[in-house]
Write a protein that binds this ligand. Structure first.
Ligand SMILES: C[C@@](CO)(OP(=O)(O)O)[C@H](O)COP(=O)(O)OP(=O)(O)OC[C@H]1O[C@@H](n2ccc(N)nc2=O)[C@H](O)[C@@H]1O
Ligand SMILES: Nc1ncnc2c1ncn2[C@@H]1O[C@H](COP(=O)(O)OP(=O)(O)O)[C@@H](O)[C@H]1O
Length: 274
């Protein structure tokens, strides 16, 4: 049975650089894809269906607006096919959490269908499903511009560890963009490569996630997560990803990160490290 991984997307920094006339914001961001995520399975079926399991499956229904099904219907419409597909989604990532789980699921749906139908994903289909879907379709480190859909190579990244922590609060992306105040940021200047995790964290520390302050105002638990991450040994940088509420910590090694994630277990919190 064909299976696709839908890895979490983490924004190592996120500058909001402007606002388009249609209300979407222009961004400069560096996205990475740690090895944690949802799993999507495809089987031939009659009609289009979605079954959902996994630790965060109960928070989502297999309804028509699920991004897995929206992606499949859009792809089928674009190439004039009927989508006779039974999907099963194992939802391991918290929902509405700033790590693009829904976007990664949509991208996984497109990848599985492209292989199943022997057809390329039509241009512009990914971004029509969400600003984060193009980068999730690539699912490798990338610099995001435009509203997220213009992708450029990332700097060469060193080995490093990452911890993800979510305080169990769903955060609405549009609400956070609306709550943002102040001037727009400039795009960041980045080197072609970082030699080690400390050098990467030092450069990233000079940048920001412009959505972090408004998200903390709307969901103060995000501040608690950041404080908890910053108080752990060896944490080189802690910051929120996307529109929150998930925060990440950068650590020298994956072993440091795995140990730290285990130490951050709290009732209602989700933590991963590797
Ligand atoms: C903020 C980011 C950063 O990577 O991550 P998440 O918090 O979603 O993980 C993304 O830009 C989110 O992308 P995505 O979740 O696909 O957003 P969409 O469904 O396209 O848009 C949801 C809403 O967010 C706002 N939006 C989104 C993207 C963008 N560049 N400007 C915006 O203003 C708009 O109000 C839009 O109606
Ligand atoms: N397969 C899916 N997984 C997660 N969320 C989904 C999915 N399909 C639709 N959604 C909806 O998309 C919204 C954004 O979810 P998600 O991508 O997890 O968060 P974020 O955009 O903050 O990273 C949620 O409010 C959720 O109801």
């Amino acid at each position: 049975m064909p299976v696709a991984q839908a890895r979490a997307k983490v924004n190592l920094f996120l500058h909001v650089t402007g606002r388009r006339l249609d209300g979407f914001h222009t961004l400069d961001s560096l996205a990475v894809f740690p090895p944690v995520g949802d799993t999507l399975r495809l089987e031939s079926g009659t009609g289009l269906s979605l079954a959902i399991d996994g630790p965060f499956g109960a928070g989502l229904s297999g309804e028509a607006d699920n991004l897995v099904l929206r992606a499949a219907r859009s792809f089928a419409d674009a190439i004039g096919r009927s989508p006779d597909i039974a999907f099963t989604l194992t939802k391991n990532l918290p929902v509405a959490s700033g790590i693009g789980g829904g976007s990664a699921d949509a991208a996984a749906s497109l990848r599985l269908l492209a292989a199943h139908w022997h057809r390329a994903v039509p241009p512009d289909l990914a971004v029509s499903l969400g600003a984060d879907v193009p980068v999730c379709l690539e699912s490798r480190p990338a610099r995001m511009g435009g509203i997220g859909e213009i992708l450029a190579p990332a700097p060469q990244l060193p080995d490093f560890g990452m911890v993800l922590v979510n305080p169990g609060i769903a955060v609405s992306t549009p609400a956070i963009f609306v709550a943002r105040t102040g001037d727009f940021s400039l795009p960041a200047g980045l080197p072609a490569r970082w030699n080690d995790a400390a050098a990467m964290a030092a450069d990233l520390a000079r940048l920001s996630n412009d959505l972090e302050a408004p998200a903390i105002r709307l969901a103060p638990a995000i501040g608690e997560v950041l404080a908890a991450l910053r108080s752990t040994p060896n944490c080189l940088l802690a910051r929120m990803s996307g529109s929150g509420a998930t925060c990440f910590g950068i650590f020298p090694t994956g072993a440091d990160a795995a140990r730290t994630a285990a130490s951050l277990a709290r009732p209602g919190w989700w933590a991963w490290g590797g």
